[in-house]
Design a protein around this ligand. Structure first.
Ligand code: GRF
Length: 199
């Protein structure tokens, strides 16, 4: 199966996916790493691994859908069957999401449905939760909302800092994201309503 990974930043999750593909743990090919930011370190990681990359500048498109149409063109060209969002900081249009229904995954650094949005670690710390952790989910039309594939608890200690907590959440992300992708690629994820079951 051909997969595409969409990133905007550092790409530590991308790296974990690359490593798992290389070792054969994920039986798939990363056909494309795409970014909306030409300076994303993720693109360097991909190039180093010999993976095709593409940077699309959103400023070159009038509407969100136009950008997404260009995206779709590039995904189709490479027969991509799974789209993995790994720190992709751009909202996808309903048009795109409909085209790839239940074929887009995202990872979020909090236990959804708590702490949606871009400040998840900070919000969890400020709220005073005792556990938090990453969530892998399918992407639907609503922000951080689609069916949950996997979650992992990370304990929050009394003196935690954002940086320390982020580091521990990331560590778990790098385990659960490749596992979720592996299950999808092997056809072992089934949707029952909004529940994802393994079978
Ligand atoms: C991760 O924390 C992920 O949960 C969020 O974006 C971050 C991406 O980090 N969606 P990286 O670029 O994979 O290092």
């Amino acid at each position: 199966m051909n997969i595409a990974v969409l990133c905007s930043g550092s790409g530590t999750n991308l790296q974990a996916i690359i490593d798992n593909v290389k070792s054969g743990h994920i039986p798939a090919k990363i056909a494309l790493v795409l970014s909306d930011n030409k300076n994303a370190f993720a693109l360097k990681r991909a190039k180093k691994a010999g993976i095709e990359t593409l940077a699309l500048n959103p400023e070159g498109y009038n509407a969100r859908e136009d950008f997404d149409k260009e995206l779709i063109k590039n995904l189709k060209k490479r027969n991509v069957e799974l789209i993995v969002l790994a720190g992709f900081m751009r909202l996808l249009s309903p048009y795109f999401i409909k085209k790839y229904k239940n074929k887009i995954m995202n990872i979020h650094p909090a236990l959804l449905p708590s702490f949606k949005g871009t400040r998840a670690i900070k919000d969890a710390l400020q709220y005073g939760v005792k556990v938090t952790g990453p969530t892998v989910h399918f992407v639907d039309e609503h922000l951080d909302h689609g069916p949950i594939i996997a979650q992992k608890c990370v304990e929050v200690s009394d003196n935690d800092t954002e940086e320390a907590l982020l580091g521990r959440v990331h560590k778990e992300e790098h385990n659960i994201y490749p596992e979720a992708i592996k299950l999808f690629v092997e056809g072992k994820l089934k949707l029952k309503g909004r529940k994802v079951v393994r079978g």
